[in-house]
Design a protein around this ligand. Structure first.
Ligand SMILES: [Cu+2]
Length: 155
């Protein structure tokens, strides 16, 4: 009897350990610009494990496709490059933010509006994890302030 209880406890512990290797705070998706059905998602991803994690994005219904992107400025123009994975060292955080890395969401098959929430399916170290991203207005204070500063310096 005692050993049965013990093994039950061990099963509980190991499934808890499998539960989530990352935590995402401030998850959000900008509502698509009027007339488009493509947008981007952001948030701060924390690796809660004691080793490196690798993250891929798999699916985000009703969007037809989803990719990880990195923005950078080349010759004064913003360009985006696709990344296969994000790797985060043990205990570290990685920020997805406007003007930086982001989750690109393509071709929504139905309208995506504010106050909805999009379930984004990730592969974290080859384990599936789904995170809900609320859809929020683009009219935020978070339009990258330092980007504006840079623009002024170019004058
Ligand atoms: Cu992009």
């Amino acid at each position: 009897m005692k050993s049965m209880i013990l093994s039950a406890v061990m099963v509980l512990v190991s499934s808890a350990a499998l539960a989530a290797d990352i935590e995402i705070t401030n998850a959000r998706i900008f509502v698509p610009i009027k007339g488009t059905n493509t947008t981007a998602g952001f948030g701060t991803i924390k690796n809660t494990t004691k080793s490196e994690v690798s993250i891929k994005v798999v699916e985000a219904k009703p969007f037809k496709a989803v990719e990880l992107h990195e923005s950078s400025e080349k010759n004064g123009r913003m360009t985006m490059a696709k990344m296969e994975t994000i790797k985060i060292a043990a205990g570290q955080s990685f920020e997805l933010k406007p003007g930086g890395h982001h989750i690109m969401l393509f071709d929504a098959e139905k309208p995506v509006e504010e106050k909805q929430s999009i379930a984004i399916k990730l592969m974290v170290n080859n384990k599936e994890q789904t995170v809900n991203f609320p859809v929020v207005s683009r009219l935020t204070k978070e339009a990258p302030a330092d980007k504006k500063e840079e623009a002024h310096h170019h004058h």
